[in-house]
Design a protein around this ligand. Structure first.
Ligand code: 3H9
Length: 692
């Protein structure tokens, strides 16, 4: 074995050269890796003793892409596109041997090689769109030549990780190797290519899939139209589509040039840095300063859930999905059966859409059992309480759990805002109590707020953060306060949305502004979807708020066919004259003369109080860093990723402007706009929210 540089080795297996990259954690294409690759390709391709080359990686993965940490800085040569020239000129076969993930620049590098073999557990994809850029290492020109235009557009605009079996069927991987035998398989594969005199397969020469699209140029506009809603406001997908148009219309090298231009456009725009921030924010959120990675992780091999309602059922699915058995406890047989049947229906719906086989549905359902006895949770490692939000009832449940659960079991509550210290006080083991706040629908939403109470042990915090990753969630650690971090900030927006409506804006005006900003829906559409009657009690309703009046009229949202909006039979929303009249009556009663409210004012009044609350949350030490708040709002509330998160957005506007506007609104409308003292302080010190 010869070391080419610190991250690249070269060894010979007979007449096959094996280039091995070893650059933890993910073998990203840092400058050192690019230099190592260039030197080893040059050396092996020029060496007459070498008949073929295998490129393989050490560690947990093949190359997972360009080194994102180098973005935004001047890039030094060689670039990955330089490898095209080397490999295209080669008369010896070069085979990429893939395990883990071949992503972005990693997959591009492998597509420059002449063949690709992979183990069945490998995945591949071009996920650049998720960081606001495009596959700029030739991927937009190479992939359509292998998988066809439509599939390439789908892969590159979703950034999906394609499993090995599918990649093999699509022709991305030429062969699948037995698990654990990748190197030997790849060397044999290369030897066989040579023995059988197989031609060198250069992606630039593949034309049949491109020819197909030349006959159907309408495919691009069809794709744009079909995906308009999903891709709205984002700049990267449109540039990706343009690159693929170039792949179809231009010779390969001209297509590469066009790709570089369109890639540079994205790198210098605002969305790429925002999405890069999101990428690192998500990974940073997993790090807890006083809970090092070396902290004990408790085994979680079984889970108990109290409550078979929508939340309990959704939470249960997360664990069954990763093979952890779950026992759901209910007080009544009918409620338990109803809950289990909803879970089954959810799985079956996924199966109908092709997301699961019926075998997998049955396997997962077998992992979920029900019981009416709390005592049946005596052996489980983690218990999550998911019943309705009443402190007295939760305390009662936790006192009972204390008597039943085994020593060391994690006792979690899914409360969305109650005081977890008080809940923990019902037990004799507050160190075992933690909040695991899932978001609805719990089997879909990616966010998990892990809520640290006063006495929660570090082992339980570490275990919860690791467990979140295992079940596919993005976790952020927050402190106990009403609404925790996400809902505490949401409250600001909800209050202001209501105020705007009582001053002259209509619900659909507020919704339109926030939708256009990039949220999946506005606050009123969201209330209609969730149900206006959540937390509404008929007996106590006195028609004092807009919501009271709507609920009293049985306009309780989408489920009743009307709420803030009117709905047709397909649940399409229409502005409602009924709601408009109620609002106008309210305003008349209060003597308010409605005025036109600009879109700018709507946006500022909804968003700036949220940013201000975020600052106060940091002052109260209820979130560790401002980027954790970004993660929470992106994954729990649909804040657009391409804007980097609510606090990052605040930094782009500038803390000084946020403060000035808050003061202006405070003077006009009162102390609900009172700036946080910390906001005043960071503006005085010329700092950013990210510095807090
Ligand atoms: C690209 O390729 C552009 C090209 O088209 C242009 C021409 C070449 N760079 O996620 P994890 C770090 S754009 C730098 O917790 P997992 C990450 O920050 C790129 N660092 O592990 C973390 O560091 P730390 C296209 C990276 O096992 C550590 O690795 N590729 C990169 O859950 C572990 O990460 C992508 O977008 C990187 N590319 O998941 C793939 N990737 O420990 C992005 C990771 O200090 N990466 N790190 O916090 C991923 O999707 C996941 O990291 C992966 C592993 C699935 C690979």
């Amino acid at each position: 074995m010869t070391a080419i540089n610190a991250v690249t080795d070269l060894s010979m297996d007979g007449d096959i050269a094996v280039i091995t990259l070893n650059s933890p954690p993910v073998n990203a294409l840092s400058q050192a890796v690019r230099e190592g690759l260039e030197a080893s390709f040059k050396q092996t391709l020029a060496d007459p003793k070498v008949k073929g080359v295998v490129l393989i990686c050490e560690g947990k993965t093949f190359v997972a892409g360009a080194d994102i940490r180098e973005f935004g800085k001047p890039r030094k040569p060689p670039s990955t596109k330089d490898f095209y020239k080397l490999l295209d000129a080669s008369t010896k076969p070069v085979v990429a041997a893939i395990h883990g993930t071949a992503l972005g620049g990693g997959l591009e590098l492998s597509m420059m090689c002449h063949y690709r073999v992979a183990v069945p557990s490998a995945r591949c994809g071009l996920p650049e769109v998720n960081i606001g850029i495009l596959p700029g290492g030739g991927g937009t020109q190479a992939l359509p030549r292998i998988v066809g235009v439509e599939r390439a557009l789908e892969m590159m605009t979703t950034g999906r990780h394609v499993p090995a079996k599918e990649a093999h069927e699509l022709g991305i991987f030429d062969a699948l190797a037995p698990e654990g035998q990748l190197r030997a398989f790849a060397v044999d594969f290369t030897r066989k290519l040579i023995a059988e005199n197989k031609p060198i397969k250069r992606v630039r020469d593949l034309n049949d899939k491109i020819d197909e699209a030349r006959k159907h140029p309408e495919v691009f506009d069809k794709f744009r139209k079909a995906n308009a809603r999903r891709l709205r406001n984002m700049t990267a997908p449109e540039n990706i589509i343009k690159c693929v148009e170039a792949a179809v219309a231009l010779p390969f090298d001209d297509g590469l040039k066009r790709e570089t231009e369109l890639s540079q456009e994205l790198h210098s725009g605002p969305q790429a840095p925002a999405m890069r921030h999101s990428f690192f924010a998500e990974r940073e959120a997993a790090k807890i300063p006083d809970v090092p990675d070396t902290t004990e992780v408790l085994p979680v091999n079984s889970v108990g859930i109290i409550g078979a309602g929508t939340m309990g059922g959704g939470i249960a699915m997360n664990f069954a999905n990763v093979g952890i058995p779950v026992k759901i406890i209910e007080t009544k047989k009918e409620a338990l059966e109803r809950g289990l049947s909803v879970i089954r229906k959810n799985y079956e719906r996924t199966a109908q859409r092709g997301g699961l086989t019926m075998d997998e549905v049955e396997k997962r359902m077998k992992l979920i059992s029900g019981s009416l006895e709390l005592g049946d949770l005596k052996d489980v490692d983690l218990i999550i309480e998911a019943i309705f939000e009443r402190m007295d009832v939760k305390k009662d449940v936790f006192a009972k759990l204390d008597a039943v659960a085994k020593p060391g079991a994690i006792l979690a509550t899914n409360t969305s805002g109650l005081n977890i210290d008080e809940i923990a006080s019902a037990t004799k083991r507050p160190e075992s109590v933690i909040g695991l706040h899932f978001f609805s629908p719990a089997n879909v939403m990616k966010l998990l707020e892990v809520v640290r109470a006063d006495h929660t042990s570090k082992a339980i915090i570490n275990t919860s953060m690791k467990l979140a990753k295992k079940i596919g969630k993005v976790a952020a650690l927050v402190g106990v306060c009403p609404g925790f971090v996400g809902n505490r900030i949401l409250r600001q927006r909800q209050v202001e949305a209501q105020n705007l409506v009582l001053e002259g804006a209509m619900p659909w005006d507020v919704d339109r502004v926030l939708y256009n900003f990039g949220f999946p829906m506005g606050p009123f559409a969201m209330s209609d979807l969730a149900g206006l009657d959540i937390g509404w009690v008929k007996e106590n309703s006195k028609g004092e708020t807009l919501r009271d009046v709507l609920c009293e009229m049985d306009r309780r949202g989408q489920k009743t066919g009307a709420g803030y909006y009117d709905y047709d039979e397909n649940r399409n929303a229409k502005p409602s004259p009924v709601t408009e009249k109620i609002i106008k009556d309210f305003m008349a009663k209060k003597g308010v003369n409605g005025r036109h409210i600009s879109d700018e004012e709507i946006l500022e009044r909804c968003l700036y109080p949220m940013i201000n609350e975020g600052v106060q949350i940091l002052a109260d030490r209820k979130a560790i860093r401002s980027s954790d708040i970004d993660v929470i709002w992106q994954y729990g509330y649909g804040f657009p990723h391409y804007r980097g998160g609510i606090m990052y957005y605040g930094d782009q506007i500038g803390p000084a402007k946020v403060l000035a506007k808050m003061k202006e609104f405070q003077a006009q409308m009162g102390d609900r706009f009172k700036p946080s003292p910390l906001l005043e302080k960071i503006v005085a010190e010329g700092k950013r929210f990210a510095d807090i």
